[in-house]
Design a binder for this molecule. Structure first.
Ligand code: FAD
Length: 289
């Protein structure tokens, strides 16, 4: 199912994100985890793309499997930075052959090696370049957005101008970077609606279920940690079972607040953890209806 159609329905949606294995040997265990999440019948599942990695082929394989075996709509991610047109077009062709209808169009992160390289020779500079090409191929396209500003942006105004370019180029919806304070999302929504961005925004919620995950996640995303969240990590971060319970409760609380404030679609960064996805979905069972 195309997500632009799904998001038009007058219904709350809860979706989950999974990521492909980083090595061939991990494929079976990752496939198993993604299938366990698919059995929960979420509204849709997204499968990330390991930029530059040799296992990027698994994004497609996992997305196809979830869709065909479990009937769950899928969103396959694709990044373009430092890729050649030839590689990207090959992936697009493979996605079409696999019956993928929804693609999350991303630039990909600039690794320190990429930052040192000569970007003058790159075929793609920004996600918008990829969006133009995917649009021509008829895909339903999603893009990324950043309630706390993309780390490379000089200011939010500039970031939102570029976001508008992505929507004008063909994004039907936008999924946000993780955030731990819903007020940041509400402020962001106000600003992007003022800037004329009207497509559905899907807040991305990361359940922090492991004390060691905190530093890495915050470093990658640059997200602000509210005092309430910091206290929880300080108190329970060294006890795995307690941190998991507290992290699931915090994420559930964020999602309930979002739904209560008129948000209709929420995406959970479930990180290949079926137990976490299941617990959050169970906590929301009567709310989701
Ligand atoms: P862009 O939209 O290109 O934006 C990057 C920066 O460039 C921003 O500062 C923007 O303001 C600026 N910019 C945009 N267009 C222009 C322009 N025309 N001129 C000048 N400046 C411009 N990474 C992966 O490797 N694999 C994944 O599967 C993946 N999934 C993600 C899913 C979500 C929901 C999110 C939020 C991020 C994901 N990422 C993934 C990370 C993403 O690749 C990085 O955040 C990356 O740094 C930016 O990607 P983008 O598509 O937002 O880039």
């Amino acid at each position: 199912m195309r997500l632009d159609e799904l998001l038009k329905q007058d219904k709350l949606t809860l979706s989950f994100e999974v990521f492909p294995p980083k090595s061939d040997t991990a494929f079976e265990s990752v496939k198993y985890a993604t299938e366990e999440i698919a059995k929960l019948r979420p509204s849709f599942m997204s499968v990330t793309y390991g930029a530059g990695g040799g296992t990027s082929k698994y994004t497609l394989e996992i997305a196809k499997n979830i869709k065909e075996q479990y009937g769950v709509p899928t969103l396959a991610h694709l990044t373009c930075v430092s890729s050649t047109k030839e590689t990207v077009h090959e992936r697009i062709q493979q996605m079409k052959e696999a019956g993928i209808e929804n693609v999350m169009a991303l630039r990909g992160d600039l690794t320190p090696e990429l930052e040192k390289s000569d970007c003058g020779t790159w075929d793609y500079r920004h996600a918008v370049d990829l969006i133009h090409e995917l649009k021509e191929e008829g895909f339903c396209i999603g893009g990324a957005c950043y309630p706390e500003i993309h780390p490379e942006s000089a200011n939010q105004k500039e970031d939102i101008l570029h976001l508008k370019e992505k929507v004008d180029a063909g994004c039907s919806f936008l999924t946000t970077q993780m955030f731990f304070d819903n007020n940041l999302l509400y402020n962001f929504l106000y600003k992007i609606r003022e800037a004329g961005i009207t497509v559905p925004i899907i807040p991305g919620i990361m359940p922090i279920t492991n004390g060691n995950q905190v530093e890495r996640s915050i470093k990658l995303s640059g997200s602000f940690m509210p005092q309430r969240f910091k206290r929880l990590v300080d108190k329970f971060g060294t006890s795995p079972a307690a941190m998991k319970q507290a992290g699931i409760a915090y994420a559930t609380d964020q999602i309930i607040d979002l739904f209560a404030n008129g948000i209709t679609n929420v995406h959970v960064y479930s990180m290949n953890k079926p137990d976490v996805a299941e617990a959050i979905q169970r906590n929301l069972s009567d709310i989701l209806g």
